[in-house]
Design a binder for this molecule. Structure first.
Ligand code: ADP
Ligand code: MG
Length: 429
């Protein structure tokens, strides 16, 4: 049987778990693995990466260095990844030596927006309308009804990077040239594969985090309502009944279907757009019925929108990942507290006039009950860099939101947008 689908036996602690990538996701996975008695070894090219100093062992190698791959396979009994862009051949060669979950195939689908969108549509699910621009000459074939749209590099984009909002054909030409320069500054031709996607009128964004094992057991975290600013996740609320039950169930089933189609083993996040269908937001050229929701993208790993689970649920997304990797039973996470998660970006370390960095006033934030501070140990604060997150739990959503407002004020951040507020608490009583 193909190793990627062979059910894994139970792996008892203190066996060693290998992780490709030592970023914040790797760090939180290491915390969880160590809490459960496992040893860890992480591989990352950066010796200052958040998990590097925490893990029992750290291997400083490039992701495609055969020596690093060999060492990781020798040290670890099972391997997973926290970094989405590990070369697929690294995962493949590792999997010849040690069980690797998720599979190289599943990760490679998520690495390329073109392949990802094909897979989503093959699941009979909708995506935003799009056109593939593999090279400059494809620009002229762009259907006009896709404007205004967002040009995205097919590979290596994250946190809104590698994306440009485009209003017309002339802008599309210059945006494509700029993304080529961004992705490949030394190339003389224009050939970076991109996807041009219609900009949809979004009512809200939600995500579903599902964990699946080889036996097709699937469990998911409660659905998250996400607010992005400039393409970066800003806030996430996890309240009961934010969506009506039928719609919520549709999104959960869609996430399960994708996990199943990919024969996915591990933790998978599926991002959704809820689309505004009111007549004023629809283009006049619209002929077919616009779906009320579409799949945006997937992430083959724990996800920023699932960080709340560390404090709001009895099983976190990191424990779920570990359970799939160690052949442990998958139990349905129970959310015990309504929760809001606020991402803490490097911007918070700088004043408006650019002076800094200085540490934000955590002592004031932590004076409020239900606040849980998570900092990733990054030594250098930079604007737009994810430095940590703040989870706020409370007995009731309104209380969590009230404390959030106070924390936003302390941190000099703008108040919550009322549209986001009404969506995330829509059906709450
Ligand atoms: P990333 O890989 O950087 O997360 P996404 O494709 O998820 O890239 O885009 C980041 C954010 O940009 C989304 O969460 C959403 O807020 C906005 N966005 C992306 N695509 C669209 C679209 N087609 N219509 C409207 N908003 C979009
Ligand atoms: Mg995204």
């Amino acid at each position: 049987m193909n190793d990627a689908i062979r059910p894994l036996d139970y792996l008892a602690p203190p066996a060693c778990i290998g992780i490709l990538g030592a970023g914040q996701l790797g760090r939180m996975l290491v915390h969880t693995a160590q809490k459960m008695g496992y040893q860890t070894v992480v591989l990352d090219p950066d010796s200052n990466a958040p998990a590097a100093h925490l893990s029992h062992e750290f291997l400083q190698f490039a992701y495609d260095d055969p020596q690093g791959i060999d060492l990781l396979a020798q040290r670890a009994s099972r391997v997973t990844t926290e970094f989405e862009n590990v070369p697929a051949h690294t995962l493949e060669s590792l999997s010849l030596k040690v069980p690797v979950r998720p599979s190289a195939y599943a990760v490679s689908v998520a690495q390329d927006r073109t392949i990802e969108k094909n897979m989503i549509r093959a699941c009979d699910l909708q995506t935003a309308p799009y056109h593939i621009i593999g090279q400059a000459c494809d620009i002229l074939k762009t259907p006009l009804e896709l404007f205004p749209g967002i040009l995205k590099t097919a590979r290596l984009g994250y946190d809104g990077k590698g994306q440009v909002l485009v209003h017309d054909m002339a802008e599309l030409h210059s945006a494509y040239a700029s993304l080529n320069a961004f992705s490949n500054p030394t190339a003389s031709d224009e050939s970076i594969p991109c996807v041009f996607e219609k900009k949809l009128p979004l009512l809200a964004e939600f995500s579903v985090i599902v964990a699946r094992n080889e036996r097709n057991d699937m469990v998911n975290l409660p659905i998250q309502c996400n607010q992005h600013i400039n393409g970066i996740l800003h806030l996430c609320t996890v309240f009961n009944h934010a969506l009506d039950a039928e719609l919520e169930n549709e999104l959960i089933q869609a996430a399960h279907k994708i996990a199943q189609t990919l024969s996915y083993v591990g933790v998978l996040c599926v991002e959704f757009f809820i689309v505004d269908e009111s007549p004023s937001s629809l283009p006049s050229s619209r002929t077919s019925k616009t779906p009320s929701w579409v799949v945006n993208e997937i992430a083959p790993r724990p996800h920023n929108s699932g960080h709340h689970s560390l404090d709001s649920c009895d099983v976190s997304q990191f424990e779920l990942q570990l359970r799939t990797l160690c052949g442990l039973p998958l139990v349905t996470p129970r959310q015990h507290s309504p929760c809001v998660m606020l991402n803490l970006l490097g911007d918070l370390w700088f004043k408006e006039d650019g002076t800094g960095p200085i540490e934000p006033a955590w002592e004031k934030v932590l004076a409020h009950s239900g606040t849980h501070l998570h900092l990733y140990g990054k030594t250098q604060a930079r604007k737009g860099r994810k430095m940590g997150h703040l989870n706020i739990t409370a007995a009731h959503p309104k209380e969590a939101l009230m404390i959030l407002e106070k924390c936003l004020h302390i941190l000099d951040l703008p108040p919550i947008k009322s549209a986001f507020l009404s969506m995330s608490t829509h059906h709450d009583h």
